[in-house]
Ligand binder design. Structure first.
Ligand code: FEO
Length: 164
């Protein structure tokens, strides 16, 4: 049985994952509005992944006989100053999420909840991937600058996410 403390923290994380999805969908909308459909596609795929993350927590609570309690999700930003700013925000956001996942793991250890520790190990690995992906795009954008042919080529490349 899940402890109340851990159940509350996992419910909070469902909200955090859904907020991540909301944030990335807002970024997708920004790219759509700025004629970068490949970037918009990448962010849309990212938003869908966050929805999956939320459902992993949802299912875990259900499987353990707990009660899912959904919470209100904040409004994400509407405007961003540039594609680079979007991916810098993404990286900072993922670093924050990594901290949240680590804190959940520490709580699962403190509560002697072994299944939660195993479940959270998937997220610990996933965060390595999330930070790596955002870092790579930040570095590429810094290298190519924000205009011209190279940006269009990166847009085409990001538009292939999930289609390879
Ligand atoms: Fe759910 Fe982007 O980590």
């Amino acid at each position: 049985m899940l402890s109340k403390k851990l159940q509350d923290a996992l419910n909070e994380q469902i909200k955090n994952e859904l907020y991540s999805g909301y944030l990335y969908l807002a970024m997708s909308a920004y790219f759509e509005a700025n004629n970068l459909p490949g970037f918009a596609h990448w962010m849309r795929v990212q938003a869908a992944e966050e929805q999956d993350h939320a459902l992993k927590f949802f299912d875990f609570i259900v499987d353990r006989g707990g009660r899912v309690v959904l919470q209100a999700i904040d409004q994400p930003p509407v405007e961003f100053s540039s594609p680079l700013a979007v991916f810098e925000t993404t990286l900072q956001h993922e670093q924050k999420v990594t901290g949240l996942i680590n804190a959940l793991y520490e709580l699962a250890v403190a509560e002697n909840d072994y299944p939660a520790q195993v479940m959270l190990q998937w997220f610990i690995n996933e965060q390595v991937e999330e930070e790596k992906n955002a870092t790579q795009i930040v570095e590429t954008l810094k290298m190519i600058g924000e205009k011209g042919q190279a940006l269009i080529m990166l847009d085409r490349e990001l538009g292939q996410r999930g289609k390879e």
